[in-house]
Ligand binder design. Structure first.
Ligand SMILES: [Zn+2]
Ligand SMILES: [Zn+2]
Length: 295
């Protein structure tokens, strides 16, 4: 996300207006993101993380062989802040009305009863342990991603600060055959073409790091054979293409920021182009990751 708070606010307002104009996502969800993002940006400025010693990170040989710098379960995070932010976001959910408020009530009651351990959920996500999330998706069919949203959004500021601080440790000329994040190994939730040369970048679904990916290639499985890769565009969404892979049946949206002529806020652009997800999924393709907020 851009560093300048004022620019960010202006961009955010502009993109939220686009999302509302598209009229696909429910207003409650858009309003929730509208209230969540400023809390995350404030937390991002205040986050504190302890970086691992260089010796505890992957060495150059391992990085060139495709290992991430730090494994997800070891990735630095601000747990104290995530706990506080979790509570704040739970309050936002409670005030959102409808199924979201019911979900917040159920989650709040489970926390009070000692049945849901917030710290355990905050460590389960980096470990890749889906168990607590799967259980709550089942229990809250009307708002299945409530816990995913709370944990993903609460962890983001610390993880993203760690990503910014760790990025300078990556060697230059690191190969990018695979679409995985070189810092944490996760897949991108979206990609974009930027800069004079129009290089393609993935935005990591876990730490938010922006990293180079192949211009033509599947960011999910690494397929590069042109007969297995397809792209489609929709007239209503100029500057956005969907990169589809026949090998793994996954797709990743690619925003062309050179054509879009506006600032980068990929998490919101992802929401603004949800019509393309609907289309891709109606053709049987799957998204490799959730949104930046875990839904
Ligand atoms: Zn990452
Ligand atoms: Zn693929």
């Amino acid at each position: 996300m851009p560093a300048h708070a004022q620019d960010t606010t202006r961009l955010m307002d502009q993109k939220l207006a686009e999302i509302r104009a598209a009229d696909i996502l429910p207003e409650e969800l858009v309003a929730l993101v509208e209230r969540t993002l400023p809390l995350q940006l404030k937390a991002r400025e205040q986050a504190r993380v302890q970086l691992p010693e260089p010796a505890a990170c992957a060495d150059e040989a391992a990085l060139f062989a495709g290992s991430p710098l730090v494994l997800r379960q070891d990735f630095p995070r601000d747990l104290a802040q995530a706990r506080e932010l979790f509570a704040e976001l739970l309050g936002l959910l409670a005030r959102a009305g409808g199924p979201a408020a019911q979900a917040a009530e159920a989650l709040g009651a489970a926390i009070a009863a000692g049945e849901l351990d917030v710290d355990a959920a905050l460590t389960a996500l980096p470990r890749g342990d889906d168990e607590p999330f799967a259980a709550w998706r089942e229990r809250l069919p009307e708002s299945p991603r409530a816990l995913d949203f709370l944990v993903t959004s609460a962890l983001w500021p610390g993880l993203n600060l760690a990503a910014e601080l760790l990025a300078p440790r990556l060697p230059e000329n690191l190969p990018y055959e695979r679409g995985n994040c070189p810092l944490c190994g996760s897949l991108p939730y979206i990609s974009h073409l930027s800069g004079k040369e129009g290089h393609r970048f993935g935005v990591c679904s876990f730490c938010g790091h922006t990293h180079r990916v192949r211009r033509i290639g599947c960011a999910a499985c690494g397929e590069t054979a042109s007969d297995k890769l397809k792209q489609f565009r929709v007239a209503e969404y100029p500057g956005v293409r969907v990169d589809v892979c026949e090998t793994c049946q996954m797709y990743v949206k690619t925003l062309d920021y050179r054509e879009l002529d506006k600032g980068l806020l990929p998490a919101l652009d992802d929401m603004a182009t949800v019509a393309l997800d609907v289309l891709a999924q109606s053709h049987g393709y799957r998204r490799p990751t959730l949104s930046a907020w875990g839904f």
